[in-house]
Design a protein around this ligand. Structure first.
Ligand code: 3PG
Ligand code: CO
Length: 555
């Protein structure tokens, strides 16, 4: 039986308003011309670093520190917010799928038995939908390759892949490399007698992978291409499709590639999804495939007109939402994230205000709460979503930083909340565009937002913590092995659109923080999971004993 009662902290008083501000995509990295955070004018955030001794430090936000398979894996928002919310390092989707594939357990479990039923009666096509890259954030191509091979060995005779191009968790333009590799693997399967082909595709930010219902049109485009076999671009081969579309439209890129469908010589799509087929989404991460999962799973669905709703055996690589049980069938069990800080805090009466804009709203709620979609307590919690723009974010790099900060300020001044938790999306969302000038504007908007909130904390005698979930804006150039920026023919640095491996800053302060509270120095390798016990202390509680240790010491 869980003892939910938290002990009072010996030094920090409960009820002092506490702000936790997560700067998304904000690492502490080498200070050079490609570090937008270093180059931007951000006096408030710089002052945190140069302020009181032992109240600023960095913490690990990538690799094994956040439950990813290796220290070559960059951090991401899912695992970062999971760790900060849960106080523990949890083995995440990427590693769980690796293990299930390697051990063969995946092929013995009931999700696999479910999809397999479709294969032995015509049409019996096995479809795979997902992100094709080695990013390791939402999916990994090597997992899809292993899974397709495994399906063939288990008797699958017909495979169709609906592949989304990345360029966001890996280099822009690398889709051609990944799809070439995939075409080779599919050819090898064909030689063995499995009719395996790419059937459709498109860029992840324009086709299929919307999140938090920011823009259902993205999912609708995917439905048309993957399910109905309809798209403006038709080609006989996927690599040719990507190459030609990119060549004909210099403004497009991997992230925003328009949808395409692969057709046969007569012009008919080679792999629409029809009654009797099986469909697997091979992404392990939830946020960007939850909507498509609903479109497949819900008989009654009104977000767009599906035109045709095929009866298929549908499964996710994982279950994406444990509350909604979405989808019902899945190949690998998701990480069990239990006894999160949020549950403890509501059980101890803490009043929480959580806010971000659409693009990160689920990060400070759903991911924070261990992938639970609802509120933990209707009365004690307010979750506020500020609606994001739907344009590419380098066009509006200030995003909603000001609106979020103002909402947080109001919440701080209202006296209605003990815990004010926000995420400012700019460093990450604009960082992913690779547009350096816009990232500078993004960082400056974040700094202004932080100032507004810290001033409010000052006004009420509160406490703050400013930290981040992973790096992004801190390095905007692709590098060679020596660390030098790669340049294009005109001598411009080739943008880095993905996250970085950098640690993230963590700063504490505010008039309510007792003078004898400092960061301890004996945890040099602390990571995001250590943030949890730390902020529970700042809220006036001792953290549960099995949480990663607090970063604080008091004298
Ligand atoms: C995305 O989904 O936008 C990227 O793949 C990862 O970004 P995030 O982890 O910062 O959300
Ligand atoms: Co990101």
């Amino acid at each position: 039986k869980v003892d939910w009662k938290l002990k009072a902290h010996p030094v920090i008083k409960r009820g002092t308003p506490f702000l936790l501000c997560v700067l998304d995509g904000w690492g502490e990295n080498r200070e050079d011309d490609y570090n937008a955070i270093f180059k931007a004018s951000i006096p408030t955030i710089k002052a945190l670093k140069n302020g009181a001794p032992a109240r600023w430090r960095t913490i690990k936000a990538h690799g094994t520190a956040v439950g990813l398979p290796s220290d070559q894996d960059m951090g991401n928002s899912e695992v970062g917010h999971n760790a900060m919310g849960a106080g523990k390092v949890i083995e995440q989707g990427a590693g769980l799928v690796d293990t299930a594939l390697r051990s063969g357990k995946l092929y013995k479990d009931k999700g696999f038995a479910y999809i397999k039923q479709a294969w032995f009666n015509a049409p019996g096509t096995q479809h795979f939908i997902g992100l094709v890259s080695d990013g390791g954030v939402h999916s990994r191509y090597d997992q899809l390759a292993a899974l397709m091979k495994g399906c063939f060995e288990q008797g699958c005779k017909k495979i169709r892949v609906h592949g989304l191009t990345d360029g966001r968790d890996c280099a822009e333009g690398s889709s051609i490399k990944f799809f070439t590799e995939m075409e080779k693997d599919l050819e090898a399967l064909r030689k063995k007698g499995c009719d395996a082909r790419v059937a459709s595709g498109g860029g992840r930010m324009f086709v299929t992978m919307d999140r938090y219902e920011a823009d259902w049109k993205i999912v609708e485009r995917g439905w048309h291409a993957h399910v109905l076999g309809e798209a403006p671009h038709k080609f006989q081969n996927a690599v040719e499709a990507i190459t030609t579309i990119r060549k004909n439209d210099p403004d497009t890129n991997d992230q925003y590639l328009p949808p395409f469908v692969i057709v046969d010589k007569s012009g008919a799509p080679v792999g629409p999804i029809v009654d009797g087929d099986a469909v697997v989404i091979f992404n392990f991460r939830a946020d960007r495939v939850a909507q498509l999962s609903k479109a497949f799973e819900y008989e009654d669905f009104k977000k767009f007109d599906r035109k045709r709703y095929p009866k298929v055996k549908f499964a996710g690589m994982m279950q994406y939402d444990g509350d909604l049980k979405l989808p019902k069938n899945y190949l690998v069990s998701p990480p069990l994230i239990e006894r999160t800080s949020g549950v403890y805090l509501v059980k101890n009466g803490v009043r929480t205000f959580a806010c971000s804009e659409t693009q990160k709203f689920g990060h400070v709620t759903f991911f924070w709460n261990g992938n639970r979609s609802g509120k933990l307590d209707e009365k004690l919690e307010t979750y506020l979503e500020i609606v994001s723009d739907t344009c590419p974010f380098n066009e509006k790099p200030k995003m909603k930083a000001d609106q979020i900060a103002k909402a947080a300020k109001e919440a701080i001044l209202s006296g209605k909340y003990d815990f004010i938790r926000v995420n400012l999306a700019n460093g990450d969302m604009v960082g992913h565009t690779g547009d350096f000038g816009s990232v500078l504007v993004a960082c400056e908007a974040v700094d202004k937002g932080v100032k507004l909130m810290l001033d409010a904390i000052k006004q009420v005698g509160g406490i703050y913590m400013v930290t981040a979930d992973h790096g992004n804006a801190d390095d905007m150039a692709q590098r060679n092995k020596k660390g030098e920026a790669l340049k294009d023919e005109e001598g411009n640095a080739i943008p880095l659109t993905s996250h970085t491996l950098a640690p993230v800053p963590c700063a504490i302060g505010g008039p309510g923080l007792p003078a004898n509270i400092k960061f301890r120095s004996d945890l040099p390798n602390a990571g995001l999971a250590n943030v949890t016990a730390t902020f529970m202390n700042l809220l006036g509680f001792e953290a549960p004993a099995d949480y990663e240790p607090t970063l604080l010491k008091w004298t």
